[in-house]
Ligand binder design. Structure first.
Ligand SMILES: C[S@@+](CC[C@H](N)C(=O)[O-])C[C@H]1O[C@@H](n2cnc3c(N)ncnc32)[C@H](O)[C@@H]1O
Length: 293
């Protein structure tokens, strides 16, 4: 399509009604196949309406004449950037600070308590991975726990890797800025300790303190692709991510996580997610929390 046709199409699309362009069932099926193959996502049929609206917006942004052209694009030669946009359309990113807080208690009791009082020269390095971190609440919650338990984190070699494939969420995460509603249900003392409130125009926002941001490194990673990290990690959090994956994909992912854990390291899954398949080396220590033997 040449540039002038593209801009005519874009103008026509901008005038049209979003909901007037239904995704055909066969097109939805083809998008589901792509999402499964590329991102591991099994999109349930109830998500047809959501997918429809988001895909129409993507079709406009990428300036395709219709949804069929968009689907063909992703079945064919779409660029890595376009696939990122498709993932943004299809993923579910709901998150919150201290979600499933019992898991942080496991970290405190079983991982941090035994090392908390060690003198500086005897302190082990600590490595965590939040896999599917969305906009960063999970890795920042973990950093707050580490700060509250271990004191000044610059005196520890503690790092948290936080990855996701949703680029918009990662941008938000890296900024460390959240609408104030994200902290409304948290202990006010914790909020005072780790956030800075600011009024921006009509909106109140909270900013995560620099010492909490410091140990966290964000990265773009499709969990279905090869990983560069070699580990070993003390704990991996992959919570509420694999709910949209098939049993076999979850099983394979857990095997990959297992390899990257040190002996005695922890794997945390979402509270509604059991361990898929047989994993003899992982011992359940709490609901949805496993320790590598
Ligand atoms: C519902 S959020 C959960 C966030 C956080 N772990 C929590 O429990 O609050 C699921 C996240 O998994 C990410 N995700 C899903 N499939 C992924 C994949 N194939 N690669 C990387 N991230 C993925 C989504 O982008 C989303 O941000």
């Amino acid at each position: 399509m040449d540039a002038s046709t593209r801009s005519q199409v874009a103008a026509a699309l901008a005038r049209s009604d979003l909901n007037a362009v239904p995704l055909e069932p066969h097109q939805f099926e083809r998008i589901r196949v792509i999402a499964q193959r590329r991102f591991g996502l099994s999109i349930p049929s109830q998500k047809l309406t959501m997918a429809n609206n988001r895909l129409v917006k993507l079709q406009r942004r990428l300036q395709f004449a219709d949804l069929e052209a968009l689907v063909l694009h992703f079945e064919g030669p779409a660029s890595a950037e376009d696939f990122l946009q498709l993932f943004d359309c299809l993923s579910t990113n709901l998150t919150m600070f201290f979600r499933e807080a019992d898991h942080y208690d496991v970290v405190v009791d079983q991982l941090l308590a035994p090392i908390r009082e060690l003198p500086a020269q005897a302190r082990p390095k600590l490595r965590f991975w939040s896999a599917g971190c969305s906009r960063g609440c999970e890795p920042y919650s973990l950093a707050m726990i580490l700060r509250d338990q271990l004191g000044d984190l610059s005196a520890w070699d503690a790092r948290i890797l936080a990855t996701d494939f949703a680029i918009t969420e990662l941008q938000q995460a890296r900024s460390g800025v959240f609408p104030v509603r994200f902290v409304e249900d948290l202990d006010p003392e914790l909020v005072d300790r780790h956030f800075h409130k600011e009024v921006q125009g009509t909106e109140t926002i909270v900013r995560v303190n620099p010492e909490i941001m410091a140990p966290v490194t964000f990265g773009l990673l499709n969990l279905m692709a090869p990983w560069k990290m070699r580990g070993p990690f003390d704990a991996i959090f992959c919570r509420n991510v694999m709910i949209y994956f098939s049993e076999e994909t979850r099983h394979q992912l857990v095997l990959r996580f297992e390899k990257l854990l040190r002996p005695g390291g922890f794997l945390f899954l979402g509270s509604s997610e059991g361990l898929p398949g047989e994993h003899d080396d992982l011992q359940r220590v709490f609901p949805s929390a496993y320790r590598k033997k």
